[in-house]
Design a protein around this ligand. Structure first.
Ligand SMILES: Nc1ncnc2c1ncn2[C@@H]1O[C@H](COP(=O)(O)OP(=O)(O)O)[C@@H](O)[C@H]1O
Ligand SMILES: [Mg+2]
Length: 220
């Protein structure tokens, strides 16, 4: 098992009251799974993905990732876990504005302490694979939304994570680019990479092998 959530909830305080964004979520993910999270806007999909990606802590419940209790370990250990094993594709890109495309791609590799020759080679391969060689010295603000999304996806995949979390990864891509990304995910999944995608698209859902439907913060 790669990860397991037990009775996980997430709430925010508002006017002295708890507003639940997620309530009593239970599920597990095996290595090699390809899961689609679906549900209407506001149902908690991004909140769940952010929790799994350790970007935001759940308010209650237990979260185990590779047998480590994410809900109790120290921040430093948690950061090590996600930097080492998780690639995150964000809905709103989250590229670093002050860095070029090439430098954005280098970031996950620097965390993983690759040698500079390996970094050079991996960045060159990745630029090539995503057809963005010509963009390497541009800053995110000089790219279209679709191009930024491609860079975000490239950055999530470059350091060969065990788990890819993708929040509506093809939302800003044209249909051909979208299909290419889904094919890339399929290829990675075939060699054992675990994928959890949030999607509104039945077509993208069909690439996965299991669906989790969320409604008002519950699994239905
Ligand atoms: N930090 C927050 N404070 C208050 N409400 C939030 C916060 N983050 C998300 N929400 C609310 O929680 C609900 C779920 O949000 P989200 O996980 O982004 O849904 P989805 O990704 O399914 O559209 C929404 O109603 C959203 O407005
Ligand atoms: Mg969302």
């Amino acid at each position: 098992m790669l990860l397991q959530l037990k009775n996980v909830s997430k709430w925010v305080q508002s006017g002295g009251q708890r507003v639940f964004l997620l309530k009593d979520i239970n599920f597990w993910v095996n290595e090699g799974d390809f899961i689609s999270i679906m549900g209407p806007s506001g149902s908690g999909k991004s909140t769940l993905l952010n929790g799994i990606g350790m970007l935001d802590a759940f308010s209650a419940g237990e979260y185990a990732f590779l047998d480590q209790p994410v809900h109790t370990i120290k921040e430093k250990q948690r950061a090590k876990l996600y930097k080492e094993h998780i690639g995150f594709v964000f809905q709103s890109y989250h590229l670093i504005d002050e860095l070029t495309v090439k430098e954005n791609l280098e970031m996950p590799l620097l965390y993983k302490k690759y040698k500079s020759s390996q970094i050079k080679a991996l960045v060159a391969d990745t630029l090539d694979r995503f057809n963005i060689v010509g963009k390497k010295d541009l800053f995110p603000s000089q790219l279209s939304g679709g191009q930024q999304q491609l860079v975000g996806i490239a950055r999530a995949l470059i350091a060969s994570p065990k788990l890819i979390l993708a929040d509506e990864p093809t939302g800003n891509l044209n249909s051909k680019q979208g299909e290419e990304i889904m094919e890339t995910f399929t290829q990675l999944n075939k060699v054992g990479v675990t994928i959890i995608q949030v999607t509104h698209s039945e077509k993208n859902m069909a690439y996965g092998s299991r669906v989790i439907n969320l409604l008002d913060g519950h699994i239905v």
